[in-house]
Design a protein around this ligand. Structure first.
Ligand SMILES: Nc1ncnc2c1ncn2[C@@H]1O[C@H](COP(=O)(O)OP(=O)(O)OP(=O)(O)O)[C@@H](O)[C@H]1O
Length: 915
């Protein structure tokens, strides 16, 4: 609260500026036209101001003090008054009044901003004063200005509150009366100009009020008129007025000086008390009359109010799910690598378990423990497809072979019911051995011997066709007619381009249905000779296209081993062809007798199984489950995992040009010898025993075998005959050398050495022999150009302990899946092309829980890639770190030998090219 001094009314009429400012603030109050007057300065300058006439008449008393804290009380009574009492002004002004009223309400509601809104016009007024006529400044002494301001505020109040209209009537009237008197006086003094102004004034007011920015207009009004408007005749009048004003001022000052200060104080206090009394009285009247207060309009805050905020929600306790993989892939079935379970506990018949035990399979490995219950018919769960991601040598083959054979052994008729697809011939052969073992295990006791066939293209297509499909011709005119009708219907809808084919390959009806015999009325029936076909994808497509009667209509199992490779590469689009054949389903052909399941169950396996759903989705998997192996400490499921028993070494190669010498030094180094000698002794005795048992098995198979086996043995393929020769050679030599099973010291540790290409493998093997002639009998080579018979011969010799063969230098042909029993060392002479390739290469050792070592020669320029992608990569799960091995510097003498060997190699290459 603060008090403002306003000089006593005693004849000191407020100066013109003060009147102006009051008008500016008073604009909301309607007034009849006459009330709008033209304020004219003493010097003749005129400007229009809106002054409510009613108030002018009410002015009886000059306020001495205004206490602004009382303004806070004013709005309410004012509102009541406005609603309850009719306005005093004429009907003409009503619309304007309502408009003004709206503005008033807004200003009232902004009670907190009142002081601001009040001061703004004052400031405007002050500016107006400052920027306006100098005469006004001269006339208005500071005290007068205070008086003027208080008068303005006094007049502004009616705008804001009706209460102040009522309670402050006396004060304002006094002020207004003075103004009026002065005005009248001026009028009398002024000439016709003044009258003209009077006439113009209402118009100006109307324009101001009618305009949307009425307040702005008022502010503009508050500004002094431009000096251009000053007319020459008025200058005399101005001077007269000025003189009068100065006179008045002097007398006023004299009064002020004379009046005792105490009187002023008393008056002010008196005025305050009077106002208070009036306010209280007015409140009582309201109470008595029962005037209901208009409910307060909602306060509209501008600028300072807090921004609207959204309602706070309780923090969610649910964990966010960022998983985009399907649950079966993100949460696979995890099995500890160390898990071992008796086969009988997994639902394997005791007789079958005994056969497996004879082969050395005493207990089921971890992956078998997890997979067998899911695939065997004893599983009462809703069966579905299965994916297995387990390290190399973990026994995946038996995990799918055993349940498939168990299922097929229940059937009576031989039909092709299982299809196993593998990427290489060697793997097909390997899988065939496992299936044969299982077939033997499940043979007898009301079970049929499951027949296993292979298709790898190592012999002519016709020979393979004979092994897979048999045919019988019978005379059946009716069936013939029917088949012919079906065939002609099919061919008629086909292309006319077939005419050329008809000419070349015979009637189209025969091609459309191979069951139609060559003679009228003859019908051909085809029978599958195998229950299981293990094949490479390319050869499979060939049979589907060209082998009459080769059908996948009865297929119940589809196994895709080394699935990542088979799905990533097209292999003549084998998958699309096969899945298309699955669509045509013989009624009941795919029913599993012991299971509530029909259709083709798919099994996908790999040591580096892809998690790429776009690849996996090609197979249209149904209710898939994923099995992964994990070591106790591992939480993360890595895409590539290495056998726990594998030791890895990185051999630094300073000079890549001398790499063959580094290899030789490594082979002769104590590092490898330590890891090899003792095992070689074991390997010798064990492997011999194994070779004996395997030869027994093979003889068993041959004797008891069906047409397919004997056919394969008696195949016209030259490779096969040579194989049998070599085998027969190998056996006696092994027996002869039984006594010398302990390897000599000059022998190198048994190692499988991988190079980057066929050429590199051949070149390296020859170079090593040129460097050390004693190695000639110890080195073998395996590449994709090696004939199949030689491949098999080499692999057999390598696994035979009595054989002098100690090293196999190979391309990536044998990197995948090849099972070389108890191979102690794998050497990456050249770096593998990918991480997956590394995993498969080194996975040829440390199989079936045995220990093994992987050595990688790393050139200085290759170390970044090796350590980044393989040696220290988190993508490869390994039980122990990769160790570093240093090879001593080469002597000059050795380097010279090496250069000589290189020279010889060059000459040999030239000669072979000439030939
Ligand atoms: N239950 C078992 N007990 C003993 N040896 C087994 C058992 N199961 C499999 N093996 C042997 O483990 C070795 C590896 O088996 P297999 O070839 O099936 O492994 P894999 O997981 O398919 O390996 P890769 O991924 O390299 O193809 C084979 O020599 C096999 O005879």
């Amino acid at each position: 609260m603060y008090a403002r001094y306003i000089p006593p009314a005693g004849g000191n009429a407020p100066s013109k500026p003060s009147r102006d400012s009051s008008v500016a603030k008073q604009s909301p109050a309607p007034s009849p036209a006459p009330a709008a007057s033209v304020a004219t300065n003493g010097d003749g300058l005129s400007y229009s101001r809106y002054i409510p006439g009613a108030k002018t008449q009410q002015q009886t008393e000059l306020p001495s003090i205004q206490r602004f804290e009382e303004e806070a009380d004013s709005p309410k009574p004012k509102r009541k008054r406005s609603d309850g009492e009719p306005p005093l002004q004429s009907q003409k002004k009503k619309p304007r009044k309502s408009k003004r009223r709206t503005l008033e309400v807004e200003s009232e509601d902004e009670s907190e901003d009142e002081s601001e809104t009040d001061t703004e016009p004052e400031e405007a007024e002050t500016k107006a004063k400052r920027g306006s006529k100098r005469e006004v400044r001269k006339e208005n002494e500071p005290e007068q200005e205070q008086e003027q301001e208080s008068a303005e505020e006094e007049e502004t109040k009616p705008k804001k509150s009706r209460k102040s209209e009522k309670t402050g009537d006396d004060l304002k009237l006094n002020n207004e009366e003075k103004k009026k008197k002065k005005k009248d006086k001026k009028r009398s003094e002024t000439s016709d100009h003044g009258d003209e102004d009077d006439e113009q004034r209402p118009e100006q007011v109307d324009v101001d009020e009618a305009s949307p920015g009425a307040q702005d207009a008022e502010m503009v009004d508050a500004e002094p008129p431009a000096e251009d408007d000053v007319e020459a005749p008025e200058s005399d009048e101005k001077q007269v007025k000025k003189a009068k004003r100065e006179k008045k001022k002097k007398s006023q000052d004299a009064d002020m000086d004379d009046a005792p200060a105490e009187d002023g104080e008393d008056k002010r206090h008196k005025a305050v008390f009077e106002r208070k009394a009036k306010s209280l009285k007015y409140a009582e009247i309201i109470k008595e009359q029962g005037i209901v207060e208009e409910p307060e309009e909602p306060i509209e805050l501008h600028g300072l109010e807090p921004l609207p905020q959204p309602a706070r929600t309780a923090p969610s306790t649910e964990k966010p799910a960022y998983e985009t993989l399907p649950p079966w892939l993100s949460a696979p079935i995890r099995v500890s690598v160390d898990t071992r379970t008796p086969f009988t506990d997994l639902g394997i018949l005791p007789k079958a378990a005994r056969v497996l035990e004879q082969k050395g399979y005493t207990e089921a490995f971890a992956v078998q423990t997890a997979a067998l219950p899911l695939l065997l018919p004893t599983n009462k769960q809703q069966p579905g497809d299965l994916l297995v991601s387990a390290a190399t040598g973990s026994g995946k083959t038996l995990a799918y072979a055993l349940p498939i054979v168990r299922d097929l052994s229940n059937s009576v008729v031989t039909r092709l019911r299982a299809l196993v697809v593998l990427p290489t011939r060697e793997l097909v052969k390997q899988a065939q051995e496992v299936f044969e073992l299982c077939a033997k295990a499940y043979e007898g006791e009301d079970r049929k011997r499951v027949r296993v066939g292979i298709a790898i293209g190592n012999q002519s297509l016709a020979s393979e066709q004979d092994l897979l499909v048999s045919k019988e011709t019978r005379y059946d005119p009716e069936a013939y007619k029917q088949l012919e009708q079906e065939a002609s219907h099919r061919t008629s809808s086909s292309n006319s381009e077939d005419d050329l084919d008809d000419f070349l390959t015979g009637p189209s009806t025969q091609r459309a249905n191979p069951r139609i015999g060559p003679w009228q009325g003859q019908v051909i029936d085809f029978y599958s000779k195998v229950d299981v076909l293990i094949c490479t994808p390319g050869r499979l497509v060939e049979h589907l296209d060209q082998t009459p009667g080769f059908s996948l209509s009865y297929i119940r199992w589809l196994v895709v081993d080394e699935a990542d490779k088979l799905l990533a590469q097209s292999f003549q689009g084998w998958l699309d062809v096969v899945l298309d054949k699955f669509k045509t389903n013989e009624f009941g052909a795919r029913d599993f007798p012991d299971m509530p399941y029909a259709g083709v169950r798919k099994i996908l396996l790999s040591a580096t199984l892809t998690r790429d759903l776009s690849l996996l989705n090609q197979l249209a998997l149904r209710r898939p489950k994923l099995i992964v192996l994990e070591s106790g400490k591992d939480v993360q499921v890595a895409e590539h995992s290495l056998p726990e028993s594998l030791k890895e070494y990185a051999v630094r190669v300073h000079d890549a040009n001398l790499k063959p010498l580094y290899l030789l030094d490594l082979l002769r180094s104590p590092h490898m010898a330590i890891n090899d000698d003792a095992k070689n002794v074991d390997l010798g005795t064990e492997a011999e025993a194994q070779s004996d048992s395997s030869s027994e098995t093979s003889s068993d198979d041959t004797s008891s075998d069906s047409d397919s086996d004997s056919a394969s043995d008696t195949s016209s393929d030259s490779d096969t005959s040579s194989e049998s020769d070599s085998d027969s050679d190998a056996e006696p030599s092994a027996r002869n050398k039984k006594a010398h099973s302990k390897p000599s010291k000059s022998q190198l540790p048994r190692s499988l050495i991988f190079t980057k290409s066929n050429e590199a493998a051949l070149r390296l093997s020859r170079l090593l022999i040129l460097l050390d002639k004693s190695l000639a009998t110890q080195i073998g080579t395996l590449t994709s150009t090696t004939p199949t018979s030689i491949r098999r011969k080499t692999l057999r010799a390598f696994t035979t302990p009595s054989s002098p063969l100690r090293l196999i230098i190979a391309s990536d042909l044998v990197a995948r899946g090849i099972d070389i029993p108890k191979l102690p060392h794998v050497i990456n002479y050249d770096l593998p092309p990918s991480v997956a390739s590394y995993v498969h290469r080194v996975g040829r050792t440390a199989r079936a829980g045995r220990s093994g070592c992987a050595w990688t020669l790393v050139g200085d320029g290759e170390s970044g890639w090796f350590w980044g992608k393989i040696g220290k990569s988190a993508a490869v799960k390994r039980s122990q770190k990769v160790a570093r091995v240093m090879i001593e510097e080469m002597s000059e003498e050795r380097i010279e030998e090496y250069e000589n060997a290189l020279e010889k190699l060059g000459k040999e290459a030239l000669e072979s090219r000439k030939r």
